[in-house]
Design a protein around this ligand. Structure first.
Ligand code: ATP
Length: 320
């Protein structure tokens, strides 16, 4: 393969730029040409495509967001959208595509693959909710941002002897809440993948108070319910003067951590290796610290992401 393209799609994630840089530089190193597609699948269909050279991806490894911009473009789920996209790729003489994004973006790559156009998916989302990889680009940065917030909120929670409910992003996945909660010593972590009992949550807060604990931090994944709704339900079991802090999009931004930059660089380099060999229809991942390439069709149709629930049990054993 001599000419490839790259796009970022869905929710932006810190480290996407590092992946774009890695794909571009590795491809040029291998003697290939690279085209950048702006605004995800929307830009693909509109033909918002330009050649990328070495300097075009300079000074971006440290930046959050995505310099190729992103977009939600539901029209790409239609046959018409996909055929237009392939027409544009052919017009530019592009033979393979790298898609950096979440599971929705993978479905776009899957659609192209099924229509005979080789696409490779790179997992880029703060949510960590992609099958066939232990980690996605942006997750490490996101949990460190949440951790910083937890540490700050802990200061004020302790000073005023308060309970805080900290709502974090993650869509339907609890990974961000789980990892940041364990790292932040949260008293409770509430995630969609594990049942919880509000009476037990209230009892844990009471037990902590009785032992003289000054603060109580509950990390709530947005996929369970909104923070204020959770606080209202908790109030039915006692007056805990709970405050709610919704971290929201703050968790999506910021400079990527070293771990995310390295992960992005590894995924980007590997995606180019695969396309150079003429291989497409794959998604790359990191499983047990090894780079892997899985069939994108099989991955999306048969595999499901599961968070590391051993962290949930561990947290109950060490944070009380
Ligand atoms: P995140 O989870 O971080 O938000 P995502 O990639 O899952 O990222 P989505 O908005 O679900 O975000 O998907 C991104 C884009 O992928 C969509 O706007 C659309 O252009 C394309 N896409 C989603 N689903 C499909 C599908 N079934 N077929 C083709 N394209 C799709």
């Amino acid at each position: 393969m001599k000419r490839i393209a790259i796009l970022t799609s869905g929710g932006d994630a810190p480290g996407m730029n590092a992946a774009v840089r890695a794909v571009t530089r590795k491809a040029i190193f291998e003697g290939m040409e690279v085209y950048g597609i702006n605004y995800g699948y929307a830009g693909l269909v509109a033909g918002d495509i330009r050649k990328l050279d070495v300097p075009d991806v300079g000074d971006i490894i440290q930046r959050g967001g995505t310099r190729l911009y992103s977009a939600r473009y539901p029209e790409f789920a239609t046959e018409e959208g996909q055929l237009k996209g392939i027409e544009q790729l052919k017009k530019f003489g592009i033979e393979g595509l790298v898609v950096i994004g979440g599971d929705g973006s993978y479905h776009g790559a899957l659609a192209l693959t099924k229509r005979g156009f080789p696409a490779i998916g790179i997992p880029g989302t703060i949510d960590n909710d992609i099958p066939a990889t232990d980690f996605t680009i942006g997750f490490d940065t996101a949990i460190n941002t949440v951790l910083d917030a937890i540490d700050r909120i802990r200061d004020t929670a302790t000073s005023h002897v308060r309970t805080f409910i900290i709502e974090v992003m993650g869509r339907d996945a609890g990974d961000i809440a789980l990892w940041a909660g364990v790292a932040g010593g949260a008293d409770d972590i509430i995630i969609p993948e594990h049942k919880f009992d509000m009476e037990q949550v209230a009892n844990r807060i009471r037990d902590g108070r009785d032992r003289g604990k000054k603060h109580c931090l509950i990390i709530l994944a947005e996929g369970v319910m909104p923070g204020h709704e959770f606080a209202n339900k908790l109030a039915e079991y006692g007056d805990f003067h709970a405050r709610v802090s919704v971290l929201g999009h703050i968790v999506r931004g910021g400079s990527p951590t070293a771990r995310d930059r390295v992960l992005a660089s590894k995924f980007g380099g590997y995606a180019v290796d695969l396309l150079k060999e003429g291989r497409g229809g794959l998604c790359v991942g990191l499983l047990n610290n090894e780079l892997v390439a899985n069939d994108i069709v099989e991955t999306l149709e048969t595999k499901k992401h599961r968070p590391d629930l051993s962290l949930y049990d561990l947290n109950h054993q060490i944070s009380f």
